[in-house]
Write a protein of this length. Structure first.
Length: 131
């Protein structure tokens, strides 16, 4: 079922609000965002691994993907603050939560990867993906 951008925007606002209100709501948004986190984090990990020509140990990839969730609560709070500070127009419907959260996923993974490489060989890995 394909949602229109407006329906998607409204659906994600509801998910964000529910996540703030209850643990059940938080589980719902995690379930909804899981494919996005797996995809964004997975692609980012591949990009870093290819660039640095490194091989990951068993379980590393899953750890890195998990770190994509690091800033979920912060992202929810900041997004909600943003929504509360504007009057929503049709122009804003492209600013849905999943698009906003993508940056936070990459940030969490980036920090985890840098931490990993610092501890494994003493050098920080540059994962600056702001192009």
């Amino acid at each position: 079922n394909m949602e229109s951008p407006k329906e998607r925007f409204e659906h994600e606002i509801k998910l964000v609000e529910n996540a703030i209100e209850s643990e059940t709501g938080e589980h719902e948004i995690v379930k909804y965002l899981s494919p996005l986190v797996n995809s964004v984090a997975g692609d980012f990990i591949n990009e870093c691994v290819v660039k640095k020509k490194v091989s990951l140990k068993e379980g590393d990839r899953e750890e890195f993907i998990k770190s994509g969730w690091t800033y979920l609560h912060l992202a929810i709070r900041k997004y909600k603050e943003h929504l509360d500070s504007i009057s929503i127009t049709d122009a804003d419907i492209s600013f849905n939560f999943s698009s906003y959260f993508t940056w936070f996923i990459r940030q969490g993974v980036s920090e985890k990867i840098q931490e990993y490489f610092k501890s494994s060989n003493g050098t920080a890995m540059s994962t600056d993906y702001r192009k």
